[in-house]
Write a protein that binds this ligand. Structure first.
Ligand code: NAD
Ligand code: ZN
Length: 352
């Protein structure tokens, strides 16, 4: 698996395809991306024996129904094992295309071209492919790596601000779990990231990808060390789902999760007050934490208890233990979680 990162680098694709000995190409592309970047997408496959499949945008597409539609099309177009699948889009397109590539005729080679910040730094790295089913996110899937991942940051110019935030949450998380200096650098570069300054974005995306890659490589099938990537996600997921996935996007929810979870770590004496404040100062510029009432906290706890990461009893957390370092905690006292969600710390913080 090879990852190439740069600006306007889609011409690399022809070289990849000839190395793979592809005689045909089946390009699955997100509808919005196709509309916004049609010229670029068409040029990419110019001169190739290519079939386009335009995938509707949005999370609902990551479903078995859409997988079946593509299987039908692959059969109808007589796609064989010398055909390479190219996926162009965000995490939704990448996850479903990878799942299709991994299952059709026991596996077709595929190339990922992620087009959102989240997909470039997170979902296209690590080989997780899959779909949602019966309301459960990513419940059907497998690990299947693309032959090549081509990260072309020129796609990011058409993202709106909140889509950028979604990727930014994960990028800040990478710094907090394994590279404090990187966290500092990203914190100082937030405006440049939103304004899509390539000179700043490129090194940030490169570092983010290398952090995720190195964590994944230590634990491909997500049984141990890879779990540290879930920092901010235990509480983050519960908040995302509490609001029916429409108040906060994933990145915003992760940033909230990071603040509440760091607060727990501070109560436990794992990190200093000063480090906790530093984290909040940066994240609050992007998303404001809220104080939850007792009823809301009950519901949030319920959601956490049903989280897939939990062992038999207790809610599993990834907590910061030093600058740029986290650890896995399999059971955390409920009282501390409640205290953090009640958010007295938010009041105290605002008084300062
Ligand atoms: N496989 C993994 O390891 C992994 C990790 C994290 C998230 N995910 C999955 O990723 C998905 C979320 O990814 P996402 O945030 O990229 O969502 P997405 O694919 O839905 O993209 C978000 C929106 O941006 C649009 N878009 C895509 N590229 C664009 C561009 N260049 N310019 C303008 N608009 C563009 C899309 O049409 C869509 O409307 C979720 O389904 C999540 O489960 C997977
Ligand atoms: Zn995430």
């Amino acid at each position: 698996m090879e990852i190439t990162i740069g600006y306007n680098i889609l011409d690399k694709i022809k070289g990849c395809l000839s190395k793979l000995g592809a005689n045909r190409v089946y390009t699955i592309v997100d509808e919005n991306v196709y509309k916004m970047h049609e010229k670029k997408v068409r040029e990419l496959v110019e001169g190739l024996n290519n079939i386009f499949y335009i995938m509707p945008s949005g999370e609902n597409t990551k479903s078995i129904e859409h997988v079946l539609r593509v299987y039908d099309d692959l059969i109808e177009k007589r796609v064989d094992r010398n055909t390479v699948i190219i996926s162009i889009g965000g995490g939704v397109t990448g996850d479903i295309s990878g799942f299709i590539a991994s299952t059709f005729k026991r596996g077709l080679k595929y190339i990922q071209i992620p087009t959102t910040l989240l997909a470039q730094v997170d979902s296209s790295i690590g080989g997780k492919v899959g779909i949602n089913y019966k309301g459960y996110k990513n419940i059907i899937g497998s690990f299947y790596f693309p032959e090549n991942t081509i990260i072309d940051i020129s796609f990011l110019e058409t993202l709106d601000r909140r889509q950028v935030t979604s990727g930014l949450g994960e990028i800040l998380k990478y710094g907090l779990i394994s590279d404090y200096e990187f966290f500092r650098f990203v914190s100082k570069s937030i405006n440049s990231i939103y304004s899509c300054n390539n000179e700043v974005l490129l090194p940030i995306i490169k570092r983010a990808v290398s952090i995720k890659e190195s964590i994944v490589n230590q634990d491909i099938t997500d049984r141990g060390h890879r779990k540290i990537l879930n920092f901010g996600h235990t509480i983050g997921h519960s908040i995302e789902s509490f609001y029916g996935f429409n108040r906060y996007n994933h990145g915003e929810a992760v940033m909230l999760g990071i603040m509440y979870e760091s607060n727990i770590a501070k109560y436990m004496g794992l990190i200093s007050e000063e480090y906790f404040m530093e984290i909040c100062e940066i994240l609050q510029k992007i998303v404001m934490p809220v104080q939850f009432n007792d009823e809301e906290i009950d519901e949030l706890l319920n959601k956490m208890e049903n989280d897939k990461k939990n062992q038999k009893d207790g809610i599993a957390f990834i907590l910061p233990v030093a600058k740029g370092k986290v650890d896995i905690f399999n059971s955390i006292e409920k009282e501390l979680i409640i205290k953090s969600l009640k958010g007295e710390w938010i009041e105290n913080y605002r008084k300062q």
